[in-house]
Design a protein around this ligand. Sequence first.
Ligand code: HEM
Length: 672
Amino acid sequence: GGPSAYNIFQQHASPSHFSHSNFGSDYGDFSSSFSGPSGFGVSGESNFLYQPTQFPPPQTTTQDPTTIGCGTPPAGCPKTRYRSFDGTCNNLRNPVLGTPNTPYTRLLPANYGDGVMTPTTAKSGNPLPAARQISLALYPDVPLEDPIWSLNAMQYGQIITHDMSMIAGSTQAQPHQTRCCTDDGQLLELANIPEHCFPIVLPDNDPILQQTRRKCMNFVRTITNRDRNCVGGHTPAEQLTNVNHFLDLSIVYGNTAQLNQQLRQFRGGRLIVERRNNQEWPPRATNASGTCSIQSQQEACYLAGDTRVNQNPQLTLLQIVLLREHNRIADVLSKLNPHWDDETTFQEARKINIAEHQHISYYEWLPIFIGAENSLKNRILYQTKGFVNDYDESVNPTVLNEHATAAFRYFHSLIAGRLDLVKEERSSFQNLRLSDWLNRPAILEEGNNFDELSRGLATQPELNSDQYHDSEITQYLFRGNQQFGSDLKSFDVQRNRDHGLASYNDYRHFCGLKRAHTFEDLLDVIKYENVQKLSQIYESVEDIDLTVGGSLEAHVPGTLAGPTFLCILTEQFFRTRVGDRFWFENGGDTGFTKEQLNELRKASISRLLCDNSPNVKAMQPRGFERISHANAVLPCDHLPSVNLLLWKDINGSPQIPSPAHLEEDYSFFFNK
Ligand code: HEM
């Protein structure tokens, strides 16, 4: 390696260029460029905060009403302290902002091959080096474990991801219905390739090709606002995401009111569950054989707020934990407030569950990934016992394409190919091979697997955040019964080009590093060996994909990412917080009382697992961190918990419990 890379890198160690005033200024203010009218009125008499006539003009030009459009403006915005399921009316200036089927946004203009929609090419006009070749050369399987962080940290990251975005047109689990290769993995004749295909071609030295003779991996382009006729002419395509953009547990509650209806029991504020083996499980998916890789009709395949719920066992486990947490909260609220109707109990439980999730995501998870100091400096985290009223309706909460397609996917490197089953005394006695259990969640219901995988999450290390990737995801992903499968890293590189992201060099510049004129200029943040490989793979330093360059940078100390990805992640998590009118720390009509807020700040991933994995009786306090002397396993009831007694109400309004009521005798609750 080149030690000089690290010396120069030290100059960039302080993330001072992440100050928000810098973002967007060079490139037009993306964070406040809303198309809607600037003024809006709140009518005191009306039940609506926002009148339909005040809506901005629809984003569409020639929208085809038979397709799901690029965001449908609501008929009006009711006055309510609860968020909508689809995110409409979160932003009252533009109520469609952050809703499903709307485009991602970008920090830098797109770089399509034709300037409008075709995948990115090299500056010379040649095709870029094959995605799979890059994956084989730069992302091999070198199993280095993270010395500090548990697999839980990786897994909660995927929960956060799924809460915020999902490229339109893919299932991210099952093989796509559009087939861009022949059934036996050969390239189709040009004339026979279906629309939207962008197949991944395997190079001759490919181990999969050599053993199976497959030459082609399926890859279907993401649906864009041009495909849906929301824009036309020469407007560059923008990809659509089909979930709402807010960090609001839509993975549990659904992204539309319709789906939410299917998930609710409409009794006691609860979500539908099925009881088996004395545990609560999600309801069954309606189309189990189409959704999961099940081997019999009896095998479990779940329905949840997010279609990816069954993708891998640990993801499903956390989804179930969050579902059970809702019902646990709803049951306590029903006991405390028997006069509340189903709707009030449901919405209050949902509100508490979302607040716990936002707290865990930001205060427990985020500092590990983007650094505590960086987060505090950029007004993403606050050290306070008060409210944080930082909502800013001019901040766009939309997910950044650069974040979802490149920066956040860097953490695919943390995925472990084996999932440990761990006993209560923390011995691991068996493990599951990841590729055996993708889209087969029934494994969670066997024996004590749920508890054992739950402990495994907190006990097993995640893999290092580095350029190495477990072959379970680069050779065997979604292999089903086959010997080999797909390659997530090839997907990530190909997706970068499908979405036409600007080059790594452009983002270096945007994020405050020096623009590189030669490959050697990359040595400021990328080690010599990798710069050498890049120079062999790419024709020009200008051609390096953001996904690739960003993933090779040395980390900013105290974080799990290099400076370019850190800059993008920081910008995203700022927007996700400050652009959310219902952020849990905001005071006022949409928030909690200060006492309730400070209870919610006691929520933790460890307590969440304790409370919802029936035979897990002990956990280390910091569940994203591996067990150590400084983070030893403790009985669950030694871990702080959110005291729901503060939600007892006798005024008929769930908002403002008077402190006097808290002195009542609630012994029934403590004895529960
Ligand atoms: C076992 C764990 C995981 C598996 C099997 C997995 C698999 C996948 C797959 C198949 C896709 C779609 C790829 C494409 O077609 O472009 C995807 C997208 C993505 N993944 Fe993962 N992933 C995992 C964990 C994670 C983690 C830990 C993170 C981050 C902390 C993450 C972040 C993302 C992001 C940001 C996307 C794009 C989301 C979007 O559609 O907007 N994933 N992942």
